[in-house]
Design a protein around this ligand. Structure first.
Ligand code: SAM
Length: 226
C-alpha cells in the first residue's frame, strides 16, 4: 500500500499522511470515521478517493457535496493543487472538522461551506460536483445538477449498484435535460476493486431549471461567480 500511496500522492504524500493521522485520531474520536475504518483508511478511503482525480479536468472548480470528514474533497485538494475545491456540508460538527483540516494541511485551494446542496444552487455554477455516499443518484442529481455550469459534470462515487442507480435516475436526468451519462472506473491497478464513477454531464436543461427559479433568486444577493 505504501508504494501505491507514494505513486498516487507523489510529493503530496506527507500531507496525505497528516490527513490520515488526523482522521484516525480526531476523526474517530468525534465520530466522523468508524474505528474499524482505521486499518483500511488508505485503501478504502484515501486512495479510493485520490484516483477520482483521473476524471477531473485541469483547473476545475469542484464542489464536493456532503463532504463529511473530507472524502473525496480534501483528498482531491491534496493530490490536485490546480483544482479549486468547495467542501459543502450541512453539519456544523463536520464543517468544524473540515476547517481544521484545511488549516492544519495548509490547503490554499479549499473553501468550507456549511449548507445543504439544494439550498445553495444560486451561489454556484461549477465545473464538477463530486459526492460519495451521500444519496441515491436519483436524489443526488436533483441537488447536484443545479450547482453545475452548463456542460459541467457530476462525478458520483458509487459501488456495485452504480448501473441500477443510473437506470433508476433516468426520468430525473431527462427532466434536467442531461446531455450524457457514463459509467467509468478509475484507479485500475491501484485500488481493488477500482472506483466506480457515474458521470452525468449537464446539458441546457439544467440551465432551464435554474432560470425557472429566477424570481426567488432576485430577492437574494447576487450570484457569486464560480
Ligand atoms: C454518509 S456521509 C458521507 C461523507 C463522505 N462523503 C464520505 O464518503 O465519507 C453523508 C454526508 O452527506 C451530508 N449530507 C446529507 N444531506 C446533504 C445535503 N442535502 N447536502 C449536502 N450534504 C448532505 C451529511 O451531513 C454527511 O456528512
Amino acid at each position: 500500500m505504501v508504494g501505491i500511496a507514494r505513486e498516487v500522492f507523489g510529493d503530496a504524500l506527507p500531507v496525505a499522511e497528516r490527513y490520515a493521522a488526523f482522521l484516525a485520531d480526531a476523526g474517530v474520536e468525534r465520530g466522523l470515521i468508524g474505528p474499524r475504518e482505521v486499518d483500511r483508511l488508505w485503501e478504502r478511503h484515501l486512495i479510493n478517493c485520490a484516483v477520482v482525480s483521473e476524471a477531473v479536468p485541469e483547473g476545475a472548480h469542484v464542489v464536493d457535496i456532503g463532504s463529511g470528514a473530507g472524502l473525496p474533497g480534501v483528498v482531491l485538494a491534496i493530490v490536485r493543487p490546480d483544482l479549486r475545491i468547495t467542501l459543502l456540508e450541512p453539519l456544523l460538527r463536520r464543517t468544524t472538522f473540515l476547517s481544521e483540516c484545511v488549516e492544519m494541511l495548509d490547503l490554499g485551494n479549499v473553501e468550507v461551506r456549511r449548507g445543504r446542496a439544494e439550498d445553495v444552487a444560486d451561489d454556484y455554477a461549477v465545473d464538477v460536483a463530486t459526492a460519495r455516499a451521500v444519496a441515491p443518484l436519483e436524489r443526488l442529481a436533483t441537488w447536484a445538477l443545479p450547482l453545475l455550469r452548463p456542460g459541467g459534470e457530476l462525478l458520483a462515487l458509487k459501488g456495485e449498484r452504480a448501473a441500477v442507480e443510473l437506470d433508476e435516475a433516468q426520468p430525473v436526468l431527462k427532466r434536467f435535460g442531461v446531455a450524457t451519462t457514463e459509467l467509468l472506473q478509475v484507479g485500475r491497478g491501484r485500488v481493488d476493486p477500482p472506483t466506480t464513477l457515474v458521470r452525468v454531464v449537464a446539458g441546457r436543461g439544467g440551465v432551464v431549471e435554474r432560470q425557472q427559479r429566477a424570481p426567488r433568486r432576485a430577492k437574494r444577493s447576487r450570484k457569486r461567480s464560480s
